[in-house]
Design a binder for this molecule. Structure first.
Ligand SMILES: [Ca+2]
Ligand SMILES: [Ca+2]
Length: 347
């Protein structure tokens, strides 16, 4: 989910009531994917087609069948066809923060059952989940619950990001293990994925997570870098920071330069598997749109180019062959927001 939106929702006081009175936990330091992260590595989510037997079908239902119209996004990438909604996964409720897997066989998203977060009946921790879908022919099987919340008492989990091999998942979460729980600020978590199922996750403590907002990150597909959205330098202003794995721990941060971090709100990074481009969501145009910048060096980036415009759009990801781009498109709805997943394919 958008940590910007999450912060706004928290301001309503609904969440604060949920969070009151709970203590602060302590987490370990996560390690990146071990060994070679080759495509199709045994034991990873990439092994085999279809859902793992232990994944359960979602029991959460959208509270309304009434669809909110979302203006069609425009893709400005040479060689790409138009963006199309992924109707097999979209509902009348928010289907947000998608990730397409490296091989295009799995699609993950963040789902919530309601729009109106000011409704006191909303159960923040119970009415959201990470969903997984599995490609079957031209469609998608699902929704299955993707249980990144194993081993914690309660959690509000956000956008997931996987290595190419699918053996490691990174995501943002609000849970009692957070650094500054019960303050509403996401932290970054990571878990091994065994047989397509995430194992209990560990908090990535400093320098990756801070007492400020940290989330909506991506792990590089080789598992050796993290790009994290955070307002650690200026509360309320999201910027993208880079971390890298060396000497057995995460090093950093390095703030990305002005080509990426405009100061207007930059978030939701995605590094392409061949590391040619970073894609991300920027509010430099006045509302969220998707941009990309060529990678010229370790932390050197070319000028920002608009990739997807239209309604507010965000959370880009691409398959490792760079031929399938998926993202979320948003519209205001019923006092909250509606989001659907769109994808565009290289022709
Ligand atoms: Ca934090
Ligand atoms: Ca939707």
């Amino acid at each position: 989910m958008s940590i910007v939106r999450a912060a706004r929702v928290a301001g309503s006081g609904v969440l604060l009531a949920v969070l009151a009175g709970l203590g602060c936990g302590e987490g370990g330091t996560g390690a990146p994917a071990g060994g070679a992260a080759g495509a199709g590595a045994a034991g990873g989510a990439g092994a085999g087609a279809g859902p793992p037997a232990s994944l359960q079908h979602s029991a959460l239902a959208c509270h309304t069948a009434e669809r909110t119209a979302i203006p069609k996004p425009q893709v400005h990438l040479a060689g790409f066809g138009p963006a199309e909604p992924v109707e097999a996964v979209n509902t009348a409720c928010p289907d947000d923060a998608p990730e397409i897997s490296a091989d295009g066989q799995r699609l993950y998203l963040w789902f919530q059952t309601y729009h109106d977060a000011s409704d006191p009946s909303v159960q923040f921790f119970d009415d959201t989940e990470i969903r997984a879908f599995f490609r079957e022919g031209n469609g998608w099987l699902g929704p299955y619950v993707y249980p990144v919340d194993q081993g914690t008492e309660k959690s509000l989990d956000g956008e997931v990001s996987h290595t190419s091999a699918g053996d490691r998942v990174y995501f943002q979460s609000l849970r009692p293990e957070n650094i500054s729980w019960p303050k509403f600020d996401a932290d970054v978590y990571a878990a091994d994925v065994v047989g397509g199922v995430p194992q209990p996750a560990a908090l990535l403590g400093p320098p990756v997570s801070t007492p400020q907002l940290d989330g909506e990150m991506c792990v590089s597909r080789d598992g050796q870098e993290l790009f994290v959205s955070s307002d650690r330098d200026e509360p309320g202003k999201l910027r993208i920071y880079r971390f890298w794995w060396a000497d057995g721990s995460w090093q950093g941060p390095e703030k990305l330069g002005a080509a990426v971090n405009s100061g207007a709100g930059d978030m939701q990074p995605f590094l392409m598997a061949d590391e040619s481009y970073l894609l991300w969501t920027s509010q430099r145009g006045g509302y969220p749109q998707i941009y990309r910048a060529a990678r010229l060096g370790e932390n050197e980036w070319g000028p920002a180019e608009l990739v997807v415009s239209g309604p507010p759009v965000g959370s880009p990801s691409l398959t490792d062959d760079g031929r399938l781009l998926c993202f979320a498109a948003l519209a205001p709805a019923m006092g909250g927001f509606e989001a659907d997943v769109y994808c565009a394919r290289a022709e």
